[in-house]
Design a protein. Structure first.
Length: 204
């Protein structure tokens, strides 16, 4: 699907395509035109996952693509948005456009209870919340318990020193440098895996 994602220019959904074609707040399109958005759209369309959880959703664009790909997929996006209200407002806009997208504002560890309450396995876990080893390990430890064998795990921004944690994830793994600067994709094999980490700022 990666070659297909590169070829895709429009999803056909006016909200997503408007954002894709926008100049953005800095008068450049690059912030909105991330090819892994189209990968998410095509993945949801082809495999029809029941539950997708994305940690660190910024303005909700990728969540919108998961949701647009298959209207029966329930997409849960988690972000604390502690530095600005603008991303939160844009996530609410995505939520209004896609009834199957659920914006959960808060720290990733505080929202574990919401995912647990679903009482369903997570088919896709996309970790893009923090960009340090300890935060990534914490998120993995908190959320991998909801995965099942065959679930897909994506980790963005491996180029920011995250590879040592990604390499510890159990299952088949590969890295793509075309959908983003460096994104890891793993197929979870069901093995329990707790990764040690040091407590960092903001962590309870």
């Amino acid at each position: 699907m990666i070659p297909e994602a590169h070829k895709l220019t429009r999803t056909g959904h006016p909200h997503l395509d408007r954002r894709w074609e926008s100049d953005g707040p800095d008068k450049r399109n690059s912030h909105y035109r991330r090819k892994y958005y189209h990968y998410a759209y095509l993945f949801a369309k082809k495999f029809q996952p029941e539950v997708v959880v994305e940690l660190g959703i910024d303005e909700g664009d990728c969540c919108g693509h998961w949701a647009a790909g298959n209207p029966t997929t329930q997409v849960y996006g988690i972000d604390v948005h502690k530095d600005s209200e603008r991303p939160s407002e844009l996530c609410r806009e995505v939520e209004r456009n896609f009834p199957n997208f659920h914006y959960l504002r808060g720290w990733t560890w505080d929202r574990v209870k919401d995912i647990k309450a679903l009482n369903k396995p997570v088919d896709v876990l996309f970790i893009d919340s923090w960009h340090t080893l300890d935060y990534l390990a914490r998120d993995w430890n908190d959320y991998h318990v909801f995965l099942k064998k065959g679930s897909v795990v994506l980790v963005d921004d491996l180029n920011m020193g995250l590879m040592p944690v990604f390499e510890k994830l159990p299952g088949q793994k590969f890295v793509d440098n075309t959908l983003a600067i460096s994104i890891g994709i793993a197929v979870y094999d069901g093995s329990p895996c707790v990764i040690p980490f040091q407590k960092q700022d903001f962590m309870p």
